[in-house]
Design a protein around this ligand. Structure first.
Ligand SMILES: [Zn+2]
Length: 310
């Protein structure tokens, strides 16, 4: 057999084998090591995001499970928004209804990374943020507890959010590329601050969303650069804590404030759109489920698993 015919023959054999053994591919997929990255963008209005250039987010959405009709169903303020998203339960449980985090019940209702540490301490968790209450004792925080293996805090209030966000991304790239991290949260705050300083239709706000999209690209590249990436099943989750009104503020119940996006992407995701809009509390529950954690009914969470293959 000449070499060309031999290679054609080998390919033919491979095609037949793969047709006869569909389970082989499935088994291989199941053996991939489950990992999760939640990227949180503060204060994105979905109708404005749809107008601007976000090629990275667009490509994740096109290949994944995406809704731009998801709902907060908690007060459209950052404290309750981030708490509900990362815990998987609403304000009546975690008790955070403003940007004053005092009086919270994070002991009963921890963030998803802390929950992972409590249930499976052998897993490696990482969080980075630059809004101080998320990671420090500022304003009655932190939301993300000290049980998380690697927690890095920058200070957007002191240093400016665009600069602090870029430090957060740099730190996250190192962790996501170079360590054996299993579950991670990365927070970007600049978008929200720019809208407060201008309004929800300003060129500055649109540019801030576009800038964040490029940072998401760096985070995804860091994952692809992992030496073990081919053996891993990364679930990428993205969402925002609230929308905003035209003036750039938020806190009310208007559709532009209560509507958020929910994005899930990765080998375990069932791609497509949904007629049943997700809620903010679905984010943490989906992250936990991907990691093989319940949700245990005893945790009393409010969210549902969304976008994962059955
Ligand atoms: Zn916010």
């Amino acid at each position: 057999m000449n070499p060309h015919r031999r290679s054609a023959f080998v390919i033919l054999l491979a095609v037949i084998a793969s047709a006869l053994l569909p389970q082989a591919g499935l088994a291989q997929e199941e053996a991939l090591r489950k990992k999760v990255l939640l990227i949180g963008l503060d204060g994105v209005r979905v109708d404005i995001m749809a107008l601007v250039e976000t090629p990275v987010i667009d490509s994740l959405a096109a290949a994944g499970f995406f809704s731009d009709e998801a709902k907060t169903r908690v007060r459209t303020v950052s404290g309750p928004g981030w708490s509900s998203m990362t815990i998987g339960a609403r304000t009546d449980k975690h008790l955070v209804d403003s940007n004053n985090f005092e009086g919270n019940d994070y002991e009963t209702y921890p963030d998803f990374l802390t929950r992972i540490e409590w249930e499976r301490p052998e897993l490696n968790t990482f969080a980075v943020s630059d809004w101080p209450p998320l990671g420090t004792t500022d304003s009655g925080g932190p939301l993300f507890s000290d049980d998380i293996d690697v927690k890095i805090n920058f200070d957007g209030e002191a240093d400016g959010y665009r600069y602090a966000d870029s430090l957060s991304v740099e730190a996250a790239v190192e962790q996501l590329r170079d360590t054996d991290v299993d579950a991670a949260f990365v927070y970007l705050g600049d978008i929200d601050v720019v809208a407060h300083e201008t309004n929800s239709r300003s060129p500055e706000y649109k540019a801030a969303i576009e800038w964040a999209d490029t940072r998401v690209g760096l985070l995804l590249q860091a994952l692809r650069d992992r030496p073990t990436y081919g053996e891993e099943d990364w679930l990428i989750l993205m969402s925002t804590d609230h929308g905003r009104n035209d003036a750039g503020g938020h806190g009310g119940n208007s559709p532009s404030e209560t509507t958020i996006f929910f994005l899930a992407s990765g080998p375990s995701v069932e791609p497509g759109r949904t007629d049943c809009p997700p809620e903010i509390v679905d984010v943490a529950v989906t992250a936990l489920a991907h990691m093989g954690l319940g949700p245990d009914p005893a945790w009393n969470l409010d969210g549902q698993i969304r976008g994962l293959k059955k």
